[in-house]
Design a protein. Sequence first.
Length: 461
Amino acid sequence: MQKLIIKNFRQISYAEIDIKKFTIFIGPQASGKSTIAKLVYFFKSLKQDFLKLLIESEEKPSELHIEYIKSIEEKFKVYFGSSFELSEKFELKYFFSFEENLYIRLYRKVSLQVEFEKTYFSKIILETKMVSEKIKIFSQKKTKTESRVAYQFYDSIKEKFLKDLQTVSDKVFYDDRDPIFFPAGRNLTVAYPQHFLTLFFGELSSLIGELKTDNIESKSIDLLLIKEFISYSQFLSDQFVGSGFNDNNISDYNSQHIRTVIIDKTNKIIKGNYENKDGTERITFGSTRLDTVKLAHASSGQQESIRILQDIFFIMKGHKAFRIYEEPEAHLFPEAQKHLIELMALMANKTHSEVLITTHSPYILSIINNLLFYNQTIKRNPESAEYIKKRFGAENLDETQNERIYLSPDEVSVYSLGKDKVEQIIDPETGLIGANFLDQVAEEIYQDFDFMYPLNRKEEN
């Protein structure tokens, strides 16, 4: 298991976060949900940074330590600003493997300090050294050759070693999932014309470059995440050109039954079927030519959810992913929120992916609680399984192939944030989200009603 320990970082005085199949943060605005999500993404993406450095650097693998540390320091500044703006007592400790005590530690001692557990970086170099050196050898041979056949041969060998290096890196960083951050405001990628997004993407790239050069402290991480998301959204959209959700083939990796469940829940969320014809994205909701709307003119709920749904379809083709979805409930009715979270659970179970969610929605917690209770009930009363599966539309799923919607307590972490406090709210005794917390969410609203009710009755009398 991977784990993040935070001390005195911005509004968070202390937190221990277990990264599980489903990790959820709920809390009011400015409580630190997004900060923790971005920290997790920062550490999760260090693996790809190391791979890039290993391939591109002129240094020998054994001499990469200083260069890698420097790149982490620079990345931290771009993401979170100067360490001088943080508490002198701040500390971040990210365990790539908590069980083996392999971690990276960031803290302030005059300036930002980056430390790996004393044996860990040596282990990383030892595991990756041989493959990375072979890549460089074949890159040099490819560059020097004038023969087209030899060039293609060396290129194919290099590609093989690159895949091998990715596999080795996944192993040594204890994570074989591809991280992507889905920021709030996802409708940006569908509500505006493509030429505007192209210009906006270019302006973002230029602005980010200026921020790095001028050492300007700002919310540059948000610009970076938006830039990455725009690029990934274009990739997702391209996967569906000439097709839609109903005919996008995911059956190579999945049974017809799971495909039916995915399409059914997806259509319930967007109230129609998504299509991408000739590069124009549409939602169709009937059989006639008039029963269609361009995605750019669709409802805000459809626009906010479409990229998440496309991503789920993409991952369900057999990809292993780590996804951070900020406020996935945005502009969705509670029923649609239910179907979306159930799709995420199905995706995570089937592909062994991981999902991290930040939310304001108590409905999300209730939905997760139901999936935990689903698991608990069919274990205590196996005869109930048929009825429960039917209620969730999962009666034809093959659980022996990890086709399941429910979640078990050891797969889920749920944290409540507020006033520098981060609290795990799954009750270890019941395996469910604490009833007190769920009641608390609506308590103030109910109290307002209870306060006014006798006054309302008095007026009648």
